[in-house]
Design a protein around this ligand. Sequence first.
Ligand SMILES: Nc1nc2c(ncn2[C@@H]2O[C@H](COP(=O)(O)OP(=O)(O)OP(=O)(O)O)[C@@H](O)[C@H]2O)c(=O)[nH]1
Ligand SMILES: [Mg+2]
Length: 177
Amino acid sequence: METWKKKICLIGSDGVGKTSIIIRYTQGTFSNSYLMTLGCDFYEIEKKSLQNNKEINLGLVVWDIASQRNFEKIRSHYLQHANLVIIVVDVNRLEPKNFIEPWITDVKANSPPNCPYIIVVNKSDLIDLKDLQKSIEDLEKIYKNTKIFYSSAKSGENIDSIFNYIADFLINEIDEK
Ligand SMILES: Nc1nc2c(ncn2[C@@H]2O[C@H](COP(=O)(O)OP(=O)(O)OP(=O)(O)O)[C@@H](O)[C@H]2O)c(=O)[nH]1
Ligand SMILES: [Mg+2]
């Protein structure tokens, strides 16, 4: 059996639900109270997969990175050697210019060249996505080459899908090498 270790970074503006997403996925729980992340927290995920009769053990280390301005300097170090970055956005704060573009700039500046990233629009429980049709169409148009998920750490919607997608993506990438 082969074991692969991959580094995943969770980034995005303050309070969008980065910590809640990873806690929901690893512990199956959710809390309404807000405890801002300081610095960086780490979570480990193990995924097993069978690829061409070969068993692959995928170890994901998820870095949950603080969003505050004070951490700007350190944050750039955290993105080094990332294998994939998750950019989290709050469904009620979707403007790309303020809540997505700065993070893409961050990824491009500080993670390895061509590091893949996905966008997760979180807190989908707070609003009927149909009421956001225009913003979502715009988003899908601007980021047509980027995988976008609509999730809720509160209800659990699509949380598993995010990590299943990442595991499949990374395993296929390994396979192609
Ligand atoms: N309704 C709803 N609330 C959420 C969801 N995800 C997170 N929250 C709430 O949003 C607040 C912030 O969540 P966090 O997970 O701490 O956000 P964060 O992105 O880690 O914030 P920082 O660590 O400061 O960068 C908390 O009060 C959570 O309960 C969600 O899917 N739905
Ligand atoms: Mg946090």
